[in-house]
Design a protein around this ligand. Sequence first.
Ligand code: CMX
Length: 140
Amino acid sequence: MEPFFFVMKKIEHLGIAVNNLADANAIFKKLLGKEHYKTETVEHEGVSTSFFMIGESKIELLEAKNEESAIHKFIDKRGVGMHHIAIAVEDIRIEMERLKKEGFQLLSDQPLSGADNKLICFLHPKTTAGVLVELCQDAH
Ligand code: CMX
C-alpha cells in the first residue's frame, strides 16, 4: 500500500447544505468573485448541486430535491451550513478497506457514483469526530 500522505491527496471539496441553490449561488458568486462552473442533479441522493472552484479545491452547494434526501433531513435537524468534507483519494477501494479495518463506519460497501464524475463513499460522522467525510476518486 502507498504511504498515507500519498493516497489521501487533498481536500477535494466542502459540501454546504442550502435551502435554495439559486440564492446560494448568488451569495457564493459575490463571495468568491466568480460563477459556479457546473450544476448537476444526483437523483439517487435526491440533491441538486452546484460547484465553484477555489484554488485546487471546490465548494459544492447542495439543495434537497425531496424529503427523503439526506440534505432535507440534515437541514431539518441542524439547519443550513457545512454538511461534509470530501477528500480526494488515489484508490477508493484501498482506502475503504483500510478505513474499515481502522474501525470507521462506511456508509456503503461499494463506491457509489457521485456528482462531478466521482466514485464516492461516505463515512458515518459518529466515527469521524462529528464530521461527515466523503472519500472521492476520479471516475475514469
Ligand atoms: N454531519 C455531521 N453529523 C451529521 C450529519 C452531517 N452531515 N448528518 C447527520 N448527522 C448526525 C445527526 O445530527 C445525528 O446526530 P445525533 O445522534 O447527535 O442527533 C446522527 O448523525 C444521526 O445519525 P443516523 O441516525 O445514523 O442517521 P441519519 O438518518 O441522520 O443520517 C447520515 C446521517 C450521515 C448517515 C446520512 O445523512 C447519510 O447517509 N449521508 C451520506 C449521503 C449524503 O449525505 N448525501 C447527500 C450529499 C450527496 C452529494 O454530495 O452529492
